[in-house]
Design a protein around this ligand. Structure first.
Ligand code: NAP
Ligand code: MG
Length: 497
C-alpha cells in the first residue's frame, strides 16, 4: 500500500446543515452524524441528522414552491442549469477532493465524475427549452387534440454513495428542466458532495425552495415520511433492488410516478475471436471503475475456454500492477472500499467462491488498515453455485467463468448463462465478428450493452435497466419525460356549412 500522508479536506466553508427553502438549518433534534474518510478512518465532517419532522417540513416547502416554479420560463430554468454546469466545472477540484475524501475513489476518477456529473446539467439545460407537445385532428375529423407536458410536481429523490455527484445531477437536472420542485436525500456515507452541489445551485440562481436537501442516518423514517405524505407526486431512486422494491410498494399508496435505477449483475463476455487487448482494456474499466463499486461493474466474466488461459494470465498481470492506496495520493490506481462492511462482504464472497473450487490468481485477502482496503483480485473457474454469481460483488474482484462450444452454439450457451439472473442493467461483449456481436448483444436481456468497450454511461444516452434492474431512463431524450405528465385538451371542430 502507498498511503503516505493523511489528506485533510481542503475545501473551506463546506456546508454541513440541511438545505431547506434556500437556507442552511440544523435538524430540530440538534443531532449530527460523522462523515468518515474511508482511506484513513478519519472523521472529516459532522452533518445534520434529520428526522421525519425535518423531512416533512422540507417537503412542505417544496410543495408550496411548486406552482411558482412551474410557471417560470423554460429559458430561465435552462440558464440556471447552464450556470450550475459552469460553476461545477470551474470548481472541479473542490468537488473531486470532497468526493475522494468522503468515499475513496481515486482523485483522477473523481475528476472524471465531475465532468460526467456536470454534463447532465448542460444536457438538461438544452432539453429544458425543447419540451414539445403534439397537435392533431382525430380520424373522424370532429375534434382537435392538443397534447401538452406539465411538470409531475414535487419529487422525492434518493441516491446512493457510489457516484455522489452524478447520481444527484442525473435526477436534479431533469427535474429543474421540467419545472419540478424536490426533496433530495443523498446517501449517509456521502452527504458532503450533495450539500456542495446545493450551494452551487443556489449560487447559479435556483430559487429558494425548489431544491431541498435532507441528510439523515434514518433513511426509512425520512423517505417514509415523504412517501406517505400525499404531497409528493414522484419518486426517483437509485440504489439497491431491495430498497427500490420497498419504495415501489410505498409509492402505490398514493399512485406516485416512479423511476428506479436498481442493482445490476453485469455479464462480460469474451468470445474466442476477441481481440484480447481490446477485451482487457474494456474489462479493466468495467471491473475497476470506482474500485468495482458500480451498478455497471462486470460481475460475471464469461471467457471462452479457447482463450481463458491467455486472458487470465494477462488480466492477472494488469490487476497485480495496480497501486492500492489513498485516492488523494498521486499514482493511486485503486482506492479503498467505502466502509468496513463493504470489505467484509467482498471478503466473504471471495472466500465462498474459493471454498466452492475457484482458484485465486492474485489478491484474495483483505489488506491491513487504517482504511478499508481490498486488493485487486482475479478468481478463475468460479463455480455456478458461488454466491457472487447472484450477488453484486461491489469490489475489485474479477470472477472468470469458462464457457464452451463452437460458433452459434457457444454464443447461445453464453447468452443463456448471462441471462440467468433477475437483474438486467448492462452487459458487455467482446468479439471481432460484427454478426456475432449483433446476435449476442440483442440476445442479452439488459438495458444497455457495451460492444468492445467497458463504459456505456453518457448523459446523452438513456441509462437504465430492464427486469429487476429498474423502471424508466435517466439521461438522453427520455430523461426529462420521467418528470413530465402528459395531458391533452380535445376541442370540437366547427364544420363549415
Ligand atoms: P441502498 O442501500 O439501496 O441505498 C441507496 C439509497 O437509499 C441511500 O440514500 C440510502 O440511505 C437509501 N435507503 C436505504 N434504506 C432506505 C429505506 N428503507 N427507505 C428509503 N431509502 C432508503 O444502496 P447502496 O448500497 O447505497 O448502493 C449500492 C446499490 O445501488 C447497488 O445495488 C447498485 O447496483 C445500485 N446502483 C444502481 C445504479 C443504477 O443506475 N442502476 C447506480 C448506482 C448504484 P443510506 O445511505 O442512509 O443508507
Ligand atoms: Mg465516507
Amino acid at each position: 500500500m502507498t498511503t503516505i500522508e493523511t489528506p485533510r479536506l481542503v475545501v473551506p466553508d463546506l456546508p454541513t446543515d440541511l438545505f431547506v427553502g434556500g437556507s442552511w438549518v440544523s435538524a430540530a433534534s440538534g443531532r449530527r452524524f460523522d462523515v468518515e474518510n474511508p482511506a484513513t478512518g478519519e472523521i472529516i465532517a459532522t452533518v445534520a441528522d434529520a428526522g421525519a419532522g425535518d423531512a416533512l417540513e422540507a417537503l412542505r416547502v417544496a410543495a408550496s414552491t411548486q406552482a411558482a416554479w412551474a410557471a417560470t420560463s423554460p429559458r430561465s430554468r435552462s440558464e440556471i442549469l447552464y450556470r450550475a454546469y459552469e460553476l461545477i466545472t470551474a470548481r472541479a477540484d473542490e468537488f473531486a477532493t470532497v468526493m475522494t475524501t468522503e468515499m475513496g475513489k481515486p482523485y483522477p476518477e473523481a475528476r472524471g465524475e465531475v465532468a460526467y456529473g456536470a454534463e447532465f446539467f448542460r444536457w438538461f439545460a438544452e432539453e429544458a427549452v425543447r419540451i414539445g407537445g403534439d397537435h392533431f385532428v382525430t380520424p373522424d375529423g370532429n375534434n382537435r387534440v392538443v397534447v401538452r407536458h406539465r411538470p409531475v410536481g414535487p419529487c422525492v429523490l434518493v441516491t446512493p454513495w457510489n457516484f455522489p455527484l452524478a447520481m444527484g445531477t442525473r435526477k436534479i437536472g431533469p427535474a429543474i428542466a421540467a419545472g419540478c420542485t424536490m426533496v433530495f436525500k443523498p446517501a449517509e456515507l456521502t452527504p458532503l458532495t450533495s450539500l456542495l452541489l446545493a450551494d452551487v445551485l443556489r449560487e447559479a440562481g435556483l430559487p429558494d425552495g425548489v431544491l431541498n436537501v435532507v441528510t439523515t442516518t434514518d433513511p426509512g423514517d425520512v423517505v417514509g415520511a415523504w412517501m406517505s405524505s400525499g404531497l409528493a407526486r414522484k419518486v426517483s431512486f437509485t440504489g439497491s433492488t431491495a430498497v427500490g422494491k420497498l419504495l415501489l410498494h410505498q409509492a402505490s399508496d398514493t399512485v406516485m410516478r416512479t423511476s428506479m435505477e436498481l442493482g445490476g449483475n453485469a455479464p462480460f463476455i469474451v468470445c474466442d475471436d476477441a481481440d484480447l487487448n481490446t477485451a482487457l482494456d474494456a474489462v479493466m474499466v468495467a471491473k475497476m471503475r470506482n474500485t468495482g463499486q458500480a451498478c455497471t461493474a462486470a460481475n460475471r466474466i464469461f471467457v471462452h475456454r479457447g482463450v481463458i488461459d491467455e486472458f487470465a494470465e494477462l488480466l492477472t498481470r494488469r490487476m497485480s500492477a495496480l497501486r492500492v492506496g489513498d485516492g488523494m495520493v498521486e499514482g493511486t490506481d485503486v482506492g479503498p472500499l467505502v466502509e468496513r462492511k463493504a470489505v467484509d462482504k467482498v471478503a466473504e464472497l471471495v472466500d465462498d467462491a474459493v471454498s466452492r473450487g475457484a482458484t485465486v490468481l492474485c489478491g484474495g485477502t483483505r489488506l491491513d488498515g487504517p482504511g478499508h482496503f481490498y486488493p485487486p483480485t482475479v478468481l478463475r473457474d468460479v463455480r455456478p453455485d458461488s454466491a457472487l454469481m447472484s450477488a453484486e460483488i461491489f469490489g475489485p474482484v474479477a470472477a472468470l467463468i469458462p464457457f464452451d462450444g463452437d460458433g452459434d452454439e457457444a454464443d447461445d450457451a453464453v447468452v443463456e448463462l448471462a441471462n440467468a439472473t433477475p437483474a438486467g442493467l448492462v452487459g458487455y461483449v467482446c468479439s471481432r465478428d460484427a454478426e456475432r456481436l449483433d446476435a449476442i448483444s440483442s440476445g442479452l436481456a439488459v438495458g444497455m450493452v457495451g460492444v468492445n468497450t467497458g463504459l456505456v454511461s453518457n448523459p446523452a444516452a438513456p441509462f437504465g435497466g430492464i427486469k429487476e434492474s429498474g423502471l424508466g431512463r435517466e439521461g438522453g431524450r427520455l430523461g426529462i419525460e420521467e418528470f413530465l405528465d402528459v395531458t391533452y385538451t380535445s376541442t370540437p371542430i366547427r364544420r363549415r356549412r
